[in-house]
Design a binder for this molecule. Structure first.
Ligand code: NAG
Ligand code: NAG
Ligand code: NAG
Length: 306
């Protein structure tokens, strides 16, 4: 009887533990492990001191990443859209004095504009931190290689003048996803760079900085070749063109040979034969003359040959 009671109690306790675990699991926020097309990918950048451009770390030496400047277009820090190629504008409304000094560091390459994007969706709590107070990189101290984030270094081009800056505000952003077969919905590599050939934007303190981003996504980590000119990839049209020109030149060769070269050769061949005959004739005639009447028979030689 006592045994049965203990068994019942034990069963009850197992049931309760099970229930409690299930409840706790339900409380945990569900974190998707992969981006879907169109999901927002927040961009955060390394905070730097205005005085020296050095990166800022917390007490434990972790790098401090803060949200990208707020774009006037969206009223939010810059976000990329997973898997979507877009032209995206981000106007920073007001270039403050400290921001101007940071821009000087960036365009002079005293310090890189080091940003990063989460390789997979972040848990909602972390995402909130990303946007509200910035997060410190607890995954990998000082390094830029972490499973959680993918580095996105923005190569901002420009020149420093006495009173103002020229900044190439048109930028290309390239983002590689990991191949679907390996890790679907995951970012593998990224970069951004100014198109320095474009006319730069003149900036003084207090101006807006209108950044324009051309964002392109790639389904794996290999870059497709976009070059179709000299030394580029062999395309179908190139093959067709080469084939046609080969045929055309062959046709021209045949036409030239039959129309010009062949008649010329035939003519000269005929002349050669005629000349030979004439020479032979005179020679024989000579014999005939030299040999007198007896040799006259030779005179018939050429006639017979024909
Ligand atoms: C960046 O660092 C500076 C200097 O430590 C600090 O004043 C500023 O609040 C930081 N920025 C953000 C968004 O945390
Ligand atoms: C971005 O800004 C440029 C002018 O700076 C404008 O021509 C273009 O239409 C804008 N693009 C978008 C998507 O808003
Ligand atoms: C990578 O993606 C491109 C399309 O951009 C495709 O043509 C190529 O075959 C892919 N390469 C590999 C190794 O999967």
């Amino acid at each position: 009887m006592l045994d049965r009671l203990t068994l019942l109690l034990r069963l009850l306790s197992v049931f309760y533990t099970c229930l409690a675990t299930a409840h706790a699991a339900a409380q945990e926020p569900l974190v998707p492990q992969a981006y879907k097309v169109g999901d927002k990918v927040p961009v955060t950048c390394l905070n730097r001191t205005v005085e020296t451009g050095e990166h800022i770390t917390d007490l434990e030496g972790h790098l401090s990443y803060i949200p990208f400047w707020t774009c006037a277009e969206t009223q939010r820090p810059l976000e990329l859209l997973f898997g979507i190629d877009t032209e995206q504008n981000c106007t920073i409304d007001f270039v403050s004095d400290p921001f101007f000094h940071l821009l000087e560091f960036y365009v002079h390459n005293d310090a890189p504009l080091t940003c990063r994007i989460p390789s997979r969706p972040l848990p909602p709590s972390a995402l909130k931190d990303e946007f509200e107070k910035g997060v410190t990189d607890t995954t990998e101290g000082q390094g830029s290689l972490s499973e959680v984030y993918t580095p996105l270094v923005v190569a901002l081009a420009g020149t420093l003048q006495l009173s103002h800056l020229h900044v190439s505000a048109g930028m290309n952003v390239l983002v590689h996803a990991a191949p679907r077969s390996v890790a679907p919905g995951t970012i593998a590599a990224a970069t951004a760079y100014s198109i320095s050939r474009d006319p730069p934007t003149r900036i003084v303190i207090g101006d807006p900085l209108p950044l324009r981003f051309s964002v392109r996504w790639y389904p794996n980590t290999s870059l497709p070749s976009g070059w179709t000119g000299v030394g580029g990839h062999l395309t179908f049209s190139t093959v067709v063109y080469c084939g046609l020109s080969a045929l055309a030149s062959a046709a021209i060769c045949v036409a030239y040979f039959r129309g010009v070269e062949l008649p010329r050769r035939l003519k000269s061949h005929g002349k050669d034969r005629l000349g030979g005959m004439e020479r032979g004739g005179s020679g024989l005639g000579g014999y005939g003359l030299n040999g007198g009447s007896v040799n006259g028979g030779f005179g018939y030689g050429p006639g017979k040959r024909d």
